[in-house]
Structures are given as structure tokens and as C-alpha cells.
Design a protein around this ligand. Structure first.
Ligand code: NAD
Ligand code: 4TP
Length: 336
């Protein structure tokens, strides 16, 4: 009997801000991942002038890599932003989303874009995460970053993934307390729990939740959000059978015992969660959007305009983003 060959997993990469390191890390990581994984095909979305395949590339590998060219509005100078190319960046992103929704791609991986230049060009834009929610018509999605921690890190006896999810994403710090609510916190816990089960295959995730204020509010003397909304949301999630605990003080939430046992930490705002995360993992992290029907992963770094075009950008995070997108797509195919 002929052995059945599984169909290739099709990944799309939106190559991001053309003046940044997105095109170079996308191309380098794509070639590396194709070498590593036979079961994958990759489509790079971007101007083909920015995405020239290496001349000595193995033809078998090249057959699984294609560039879907979308033309820049104006030529690019590495490291120099130009608002005239802002719509190009959005077009790449939307092409990837459409391709996933139509089933042409199994997952999308995004290279970094520069949020400010898109706004300068007149398009309000806070981030991929919010754009995806809007384009996919979903009221609440969750940003989660994950990275592998090696054996020995904080005494770990075996490698383990660190995952940090956020209740609020790109919100100015002064607006965070008003943005938080019982419903938002409870929904975030539910989305994290559900996607860890369905997408990551973790049967009964252990979740640890931060407070908002110093010392998790110090019994109400340093803020009342813990008493009024965070603890009630955690209790409601527990009543639904979710293994969540907290609120813990943000400064001591990531202790060695928790890092060894917790499947996801949830932080109340961007830098509460991402500063500790990036301090220990920068360059290997992956940003994944939870709560979507489609699969989206991304790098953990920005456009790095200071080093763009110099050939020195590290493509490790993009490679990890491709690996995770592939794994999530394989997991999804196994579902009934
Ligand atoms: N996924 C995304 O689209 C994403 C993520 C984070 C930041 N950003 C955007 O990027 C822009 C710049 O952000 P920033 O300056 O805070 O962070 P940044 O990550 O671009 O740069 C911070 C520092 O890290 C270095 N660096 C970043 N990536 C690197 C890599 N792959 N290899 C080697 N060095 C690397 C840079 O050279 C710089 O010194 C902002 O507009 C922000 O919105 C986008
Ligand atoms: N907060 C993200 C990070 O620090 O990695 C980054 O801004 C990207 O967010 P989006 O994926 O929503 O663009």
C-alpha cells in the first residue's frame, strides 16, 4: 500500500515595515525553517525587490518557497521610514488575513511594522493584535508571548515554555485602570484557558494572574481594583473549573516555583508582563494572538531601524514564530 503523504502546511509571512529588519529576517528564517521542516511551504508577502532568494538555494527547498509580490508605493531606504509605504504594510497584513480566512494559508506569521508611521500616514493603528480583532470581527482577542526556557533556568529540571498573556495591550499607562473591568478580566482568563487547551493541547492549564497595583493593592490601601474586579473575576473563573490563582503582586509573580509549574501568567498591562518576559527571552520569543479562528504568530521584537539592511539582524525570533505557527497548524489539523 502507498504511504499517504500529509499535505504541506502552508504558512504566510507578512514581511512588515520595508525600511526595517522585517524583510531580511523573514527571508532568512523562511529558508532556515524550510531546511528544518520538510512538511511546510512558505509564502513571503512583500515586494519581490526586497525579497531576493539566495542564488545557491537548493531547488527542492526553493520549490516550497514563493514570493507573492505586492508592490511598494515608493522605493525604500533601509532605516528610513516613509509614510507613503504605510498602506503597503497594511496590504501585506490584510493579504495574509484573507489568505487564512479563505484556507489558502494554514497560519500567518507577521514581521514587525512601525505603528507610528501608519498613524502618521493617516490610518489609526494600534497594533497587529487589534487590527486582527477588527478584521476578523472578534470583540476580544488576547496577546500572549511565549518562549522556551532551557533546563537550569531558575533551577528548571527540564525545558519549559514561559507564556505571558495580557489583559490590556497597546493602552497608554494612564488609561489602564479605566480599561480594566470584571468582564474583560474574566474573558481574558477564559480565552487563555480555552486556547491553551485547543491550540496548545494543554488539557488543564495552570494560570497565574497579576494584580494591578503595588503589592496587589495591599488590602485596598494601595488601590482597590484587586478587591473590586480582579479577585471577583478570578473567583468566577475558578467556579467554571479553570485552574487560575491570584492576584499576585506583579514584582514577585514570576518566582522559580511558578515558572516550573504555571502554563500561562496573565499580566494586567503591556510592560508589567512583557518587561520580565523580554528580559529573559528577547530574541527567542513569539507573540501569538489568542481568541482568533485563524492562527497568527509574530516576532518579539520591533523594526530595529538602527540595524536594518546591515545583514546583522538576528532571525531567531522569526524562526521560533514559524515553528510555533507550524505546530499550531498541525494541532488544528488533528482536531475533529
Ligand atoms: N511585532 C511587531 O510588529 C512589533 C513588535 C515590537 C515593536 N514593534 C514596533 O517596532 C518599532 C520599534 O520598536 P523598539 O525600538 O521599541 O524596539 P526594537 O525591537 O525595534 O528595537 C530595540 C533594540 O533591539 C534591537 N533589535 C531588535 N530586533 C533585533 C534583532 N532581530 N536582531 C538584533 N537586534 C535587534 C534593535 O536594534 C534595538 O537596539 C515601534 O514602532 C514598535 O511599534 C513592532
Ligand atoms: N506589544 C508587542 C510586543 O512588544 O512584542 C508588539 O507591539 C507587537 O504587537 P502586535 O503584534 O499587536 O503588533
Amino acid at each position: 500500500m502507498m504511504k499517504q503523504v500529509a499535505p504541506l502546511v502552508n504558512l504566510a509571512i507578512s514581511t512588515g515595515e520595508p525600511a526595517g529588519i522585517g524583510p531580511e529576517v523573514s527571508l532568512a528564517a523562511a529558508v532556515e525553517f524550510l531546511r528544518e521542516q520538510n512538511g511546510v511551504a512558505i509564502t513571503l508577502l512583500g515586494d519581490d525587490q526586497l525579497l531576493t532568494l539566495p542564488k545557491n538555494i537548493d531547488p527542492a527547498l526553493a520549490s516550497r518557497l514563493q514570493v507573492e509580490s505586492i508592490k511598494l508605493k515608493t522605493p525604500v531606504v533601509s532605516g528610513v521610514l516613509n509614510p507613503q509605504n504605510a498602506q503597503y504594510v497594511i496590504a501585506l497584513l490584510d493579504q495574509a488575513i484573507n489568505g487564512c480566512q479563505q484556507g489558502r494559508f494554514d497560519a500567518m506569521v507577521t514581521a514587525p511594522l512601525q505603528k507610528s508611521i501608519i498613524n502618521d500616514a493617516g490610518t489609526p493603528f494600534t497594533g497587529h493584535t487589534e487590527h486582527l480583532a477588527q478584521r476578523c470581527n472578534i470583540s476580544h482577542v488576547v496577546m500572549m508571548l511565549c518562549a522556551p526556557l532551557p533546563t537550569g533556568f531558575l533551577g528548571l529540571e527540564s525545558p519549559r515554555d514561559l507564556r505571558v498573556a495580557l489583559v490590556t495591550t497597546h493602552v497608554p499607562l494612564k488609561d489602564v485602570p479605566q480599561a480594566l473591568s470584571y468582564d474583560l478580566i474574566l474573558e481574558t482568563i477564559q480565552i487563555v484557558n480555552r486556547d491553551l487547551q485547543r491550540k496548545f493541547g494543554i488539557a488543564n492549564p495552570v494560570i497565574r494572574m497579576a494584580g494591578l497595583n503595588p503589592h496587589a493593592g495591599e488590602s485596598g490601601y494601595l488601590g482597590r481594583e484587586e478587591i473590586e474586579i480582579i479577585t471577583p473575576a478570578i473567583e468566577a473563573a475558578k467556579a467554571m473549573g479553570i485552574q487560575v490563582s491570584g492576584p499576585y503582586p506583579g514584582d514577585t509573580m514570576f518566582d522559580p516555583e511558578s515558572v516550573a509549574t504555571v502554563d500561562a501568567f496573565i499580566a494586567m498591562y503591556h510592560d508589567q508582563g512583557l518587561a520580565p518576559f523580554k528580559f529573559v527571552t528577547f530574541g527567542n520569543g513569539v507573540n501569538v494572538t489568542l481568541g482568533l479562528q485563524i492562527i497568527r504568530t509574530s516576532v518579539d521584537h520591533g523594526t530595529a531601524l538602527d540595524i536594518a539592511g546591515k545583514g546583522i539582524a538576528d532571525f531567531g525570533s522569526m524562526l521560533e514564530a514559524l515553528r510555533l505557527a507550524y505546530q499550531l497548524a498541525v494541532n488544528q489539523r488533528k482536531q475533529p
